[in-house]
Design a protein around this ligand. Structure first.
Ligand code: IVH
Length: 680
């Protein structure tokens, strides 16, 4: 129905209905991580709401979900005095520190009984205080010095997982809650990658990115940033009687639609605290966000009151910190690495330093703009950041520690490997070697990529061997690999006859592959595993892809103009075509999509099924699995619900697996997934 034919009263009712529906779906999506409807359906609802509000602007509710997009621009940050101060936490760094704390609390409470705590991840973001009145979001502030913070209502409003209206029946007249705003690791990396490409500022870590995004005067900037929030405390509430414990407080927050970290757990006794720490420490790198430790809080509010505070920290809580992720060291030099596509990456050579237990010798510097932005010189004392499995990076220079004679970094004009001139594409931060396949570094990298596990999976053909083969001139392109013989290989240093035979056997085995893997292995620019799988399943044969024009390419899901351009350029290159033909002539092959196989797709057991992937897959990436499942007509979703048909659980599957078990959803292994996919 067109909104213009509604009268005011009807419009009012319709608005309330739409707002309720959008709020409900936002809650399912962002807080419960369990959407009921597809993104497209949600977009339609949301657009309906926007249209109706456009027609009746006088009826716009300031806390309508559309108003997240209209935080506006603040002129300056207005100071806000916290009615309840925002405290910090005391830290301990090892088990004995935690034991001391535990016994101190027992002494103060005059008890030998096991104590009940709540264990929570210590999120590494920015603390905020958020106020609701009669269930409506009215304001938010930073911690500041703990007593006075800054008003950031306009930017906090944009956070998608923050409800602008509380849910449930007994919503308090006034509620002030505390929580942590953060950025998930993946979203942070993607945001930085986009920024690097555009030559914009790169954030040092997710915490800085979250803090920088909230402290924006213009809410439109914050809206673009992938911010999230978890709440962890009630600071003030109009009816305090119901908050007899932290466990109860968190349960209420959840009931009111506020997002609470799912890792939170009530724990009894010191061994339970230690176990909680150990378990989270182990899973730290797998969590989608960064935590710098765990927080233990005495559960009972009565006990909290007995224990009280010392200066700025409560006596009833403690943070057990993880080993640091940042360290200081000296920049000893900068090397310039040439990537597979010729991109030149400056890499910092560092005085070795242990960061969180791992010795770091190199760190990425991204690109020339980043070196300039950091104002980096050789000899500088620098701050290194390393989190999880992410490549270490230089995040800061300690300017005050700069030694006399620190040298400027000169970006080369020519490729450090083949001496071809370097080129910078306009509006891109990346500098590339123009040597193409005349550049030994690009050849080496292309071959390593070709042989890698997710590409042709040639076991035993590691980096060192590839370097030797290229340097000695035995291999000039990937097809040459299949012409190697035992005599040549076994004559190489550290390569007995047995290893030579193994490499040859692996080469032979790799010839039987899939079109998706082959395309990925060729290393077309911007064609990762998922895109390769999408191209393979769309075109079905290499020939069809080779002759595809731009329009045909653009009709493939996930292929945009940039990918299309690179695919066209790749197949227009004569050398590439020769190499492909040689690969085919030495016997590289894959099963052709016969009509039988296409039919098999139509009857595939997973066709039309709602599938969830969780845990770490070992035989393929999640992206590849997703693309292949989609290709056979399965619907891959991010969260488990009663509607899920099957959950494929890889290693270390956690909460999603548990939820599937609780809901009685079918759980299958990665091996079973592989079997399903091989039946295609
Ligand atoms: S409670 C009364 N719980 O850590 C205690 N803080 O070092 C106040 N933080 O400023 C804090 N996760 O930014 C608490 N689950 C959690 C937390 C947490 C992260 C941060 C918060 C606070 C800082 C204190």
């Amino acid at each position: 129905m067109s909104s213009s034919i509604l009268n005011r009263a009807q419009a009012e009712r319709e608005l309330q209905r739409l707002i309720k529906a959008v709020e409900q779906h936002n809650y399912r999506y962002h807080v419960l991580d369990d959407p009921l409807i597809s993104d497209a359906e949600f977009d339609r609802l949301f657009t309906q709401l926007i249209c109706l509000e456009n027609d009746f602007p006088e009826l716009i509710d300031p806390n309508s979900p559309t108003q997240k997009m209209h935080g506006g621009v603040a002129e300056k940050f207005v100071p806000v005095t916290h009615a309840t101060p925002m405290l910090s936490l005391d830290n301990v760094f090892d088990a004995s520190g935690l034991g001391d704390f535990y016994r101190r609390v027992q002494q103060r409470l005059k008890t030998d009984e096991p104590l009940v705590f709540v264990g929570e991840p210590k999120l590494d973001g920015l603390a905020v205080s958020v106020r609701y009145e009669h269930g409506e979001f009215v304001g938010a502030a930073t911690r500041g010095d703990g007593r006075t913070g800054e008003d950031i209502t306009h930017t906090v409003r944009t956070i998608r997982s923050l409800p602008l209206r509380l849910r449930g029946q007994q919503v308090p007249a006034m509620l002030e809650v505390r929580g942590e705003v953060f950025m998930a690791r993946e979203a942070f990396l993607a945001m930085n990658a986009r920024a690097a490409e555009r030559g914009e500022k790169i954030f040092a870590n997710p915490r800085n990115a979250a803090a920088g995004s909230l402290r924006q005067l213009d809410a439109a900037v914050a809206l673009e940033r992938p911010l999230e929030i978890y709440f962890y405390a009630v600071a003030r509430i109009s009816d305090a009687s119901r908050m007899e414990s932290q466990t109860r407080a968190l349960t209420c927050l959840k009931k009111w639609g506020l997002r609470v970290n799912p890792e939170v757990k009530t724990l009894t006794g010191l061994p339970a605290l230690e176990q909680y720490y150990d378990e989270l420490a182990k899973r730290r790198a797998q969590l989608p966000y960064e935590i710098d430790g765990v927080v233990f809080k005495i559960d009972s509010c009565a006990e909290q009151n007995t224990l009280g505070f010392v200066s700025r920290a409560p006596r009833w809580a403690i943070a057990r910190k993880f080993p640091a992720q940042e360290e200081h060291t000296i920049l000893e030099g900068v090397d310039f690495q040439v990537g597979r596509t010729g991109s030149i990456t400056p890499v910092a050579r560092l005085k070795p330093v242990s960061v969180g237990g791992v010795v770091v010798r190199n760190a990425t510097l991204h690109n020339e703009d980043e070196i300039r932005r950091l104002d980096l010189r050789i000899g500088d004392r620098v701050v290194i950041y390393r989190a999880g499995d992410v490549i270490p990076k230089v995040v800061k220079v300690i300017q005050d520690a700069r030694p006399a004679g620190a040298q400027r970094i000169i970006f080369p004009k020519n490729c450090p490997v083949c001496d071809s001139p370097l080129e910078r594409e306009s509006d891109q931060a990346v500098i590339r070697c123009s040597g193409g396949l005349a550049c030994a570094a690009q050849i080496r990298e292309a071959i390593k990529h070709f042989a890698s596990r997710r590409a042709m999976d040639i076991e035993g053909l590691g980096e060192k061997l590839v370097d030797q083969l290229v340097n000695l001139g035995y291999v000039a392109h990937v097809a040459d690999l299949y012409r190697l013989d035992e005599a040549t290989l076994s004559a190489l240093p550290r390569m007995g006859q047995k290893s030579a035979q193994n490499v040859l056997a692996a080469l032979e085995k790799s010839k039987r592959t899939t079109l998706a893997r082959f395309l990925f292995a060729l290393g077309l620019r911007e064609v990762g595993e998922a895109t390769a799988a999408a191209l393979a399943s769309h075109f079905g044969s290499l020939n069809a892809l080779r002759v595809a024009d731009e329009a045909a390419l653009l009709s493939v899901p996930d292929v945009g103009p940039v990918v299309a351009k690179h695919v066209l350029a790749f197949f227009a290159n004569e050398h590439h075509c020769e190499v492909i033909d040689e690969l085919l002539s030495v016997g590289v092959s894959w099963p052709a999509p016969s009509s039988e196989r296409l039919n098999a797709n139509a009857h595939h057991p997973l066709r039309g099924k709602i599938v969830v992937l969780t845990g770490t897959l070992t035989t393929m990436t999640r992206e590849e699995a997703k693309a292949r499942l989609k290709a056979i007509g399965a619907k891959v979703t991010g969260s488990v619900s009663a509607k899920t048909d099957v959950v494929f659980a890889g290693d270390q599957a956690g909460s999603k697996r548990a939820k599937a078990e609780a809901l009685g959803v079918l759980i299958e292994s990665e091996a079973q997934l592989v079997t399903y996919l091989s039946n295609v």
